[in-house]
Design a protein around this ligand. Structure first.
Ligand code: A2P
Length: 316
């Protein structure tokens, strides 16, 4: 498996298993199938609601196979209700308990957005949010860095951060984020972010690499484009006797971004990890470059408020 390096010598597998939208009932079999197939990196989050099921599946697998916690890379994410510094460690602890582990390899601030700590579910109006003055990103970030110093997480990073918000942490915080997990695929290539991240030694993880077609209907635009059915992607897949998903995953890998395709289906899990064998040439890359249209499947508008407490989440 190809890997990306961290400054301290740690290495992350370039393909991880995405678990957003995986139901608890199906994730157990998916984890077993994924580990059998060679996945060693699992991307989780508190808000996905399936960390307990993942923890149980891992324990079961470790008991029955020659694999240990240290052989696996576990990422999770701090949810928006826990941005106040006093809530950061208890939130991590809840995730560690659910995953049945005593450390994470990587912990990310899930969104640059804070909710009221007692909010259940998703916000319905502006009162459900804490403003960035009430819960400054910098304070949340420093509390996350403390977890690293406490030995509870090996690496700290962020997710859904724009260049502007990354700059805030780079300029003002005691340490920069080591990872930014963002939406990346041929319709949202974000070359400027790739250049910026490289210059600042921040790794990137590509989420929704296949277009996340299993999002709930409320999160979908009626006329959104399909990546897996794109004719250019399909023709490149035919040329290489591969599948469209494999082309999308290998494209992300060629750009040196970590990529976390989600599947709970054993055949597709195998297919996705086999993307490593596909060899895209410069013509393929040129054709894919032309597909960019800055289209977001996860547009972030659901976290914007009418009173301007939160607006333009991605600063664009
Ligand atoms: P499933 O879990 O049934 O395999 P994303 O990673 O962009 O969020 O996309 C996940 C969606 O893509 C899910 O609906 C998943 O379905 C589907 N998917 C995953 N792998 C493949 C594949 N190789 N071919 C087609 N669809 C796939």
């Amino acid at each position: 498996m190809e890997k990306l390096n961290f400054d301290n010598g740690d290495k992350i597998d370039i393909i991880g298993l995405g678990t957003w939208k995986s139901e608890s009932e199906e994730i157990k079999n998916a984890i077993h199938a994924a580990l059998d197939t060679g996945y060693r990196h699992i991307d989780c989050a508190y808000v996905y609601g399936n960390e307990s099921a993942i923890g149980e599946a891992l324990q079961e697998y470790f008991s029955n196979n020659d694999l240990k916690r240290e052989d696996i890379w576990l990422t999770s994410k701090l949810w928006n209700t826990a941005h106040l510094p006093k809530h950061v460690k208890p939130a991590l602890q809840e995730t560690l308990d659910a995953l049945q582990t005593d450390y994470l390899d990587l912990y990310l601030m899930h969104w640059p957005v804070a909710f009221q700590p007692d909010l259940k579910g998703f916000p319905s109006d502006s009162d459900d949010f804490l403003s960035l003055n009430e819960a400054p990103l910098l304070d949340t970030w420093e509390a996350m860095l403390q977890l690293k110093h406490d030995g509870l997480i090996k690496h700290a990073g962020v997710s859904n951060f724009s260049e502007k918000k990354l700059r805030l942490l780079i300029d003002k915080a005691s340490e920069r984020p080591e990872m930014n997990q963002i939406e990346l695929h041929p319709y949202l290539q974000q070359d400027d972010m790739l250049d910026f991240a490289k210059a600042k030694d921040i790794r990137l993880t590509a989420y929704s690499p296949l277009g996340s077609k299993d999002r709930i209907p409320q999160m979908k635009a009626p006329d959104e484009p399909s990546l897996l059915e794109n004719e250019v992607i399909k023709s490149i897949a035919d040329k290489h006797e591969a599948t469209p998903a494999q082309i999308l995953i290998k494209w992300a890998i060629d750009r040196k971004t970590v990529v976390i395709p989600k599947s709970t289906n054993p055949d597709r899990l195998r297919q996705n990890i086999a993307s490593l064998k596909v060899e895209l040439d410069e013509t393929d890359h040129q054709k894919i470059r032309e597909l960019d249209k800055h289209f977001r499947y996860v547009h972030g508008k659901f976290f914007e408020t009418e009173d301007g407490k939160y607006e333009n989440i991605f600063d664009e």
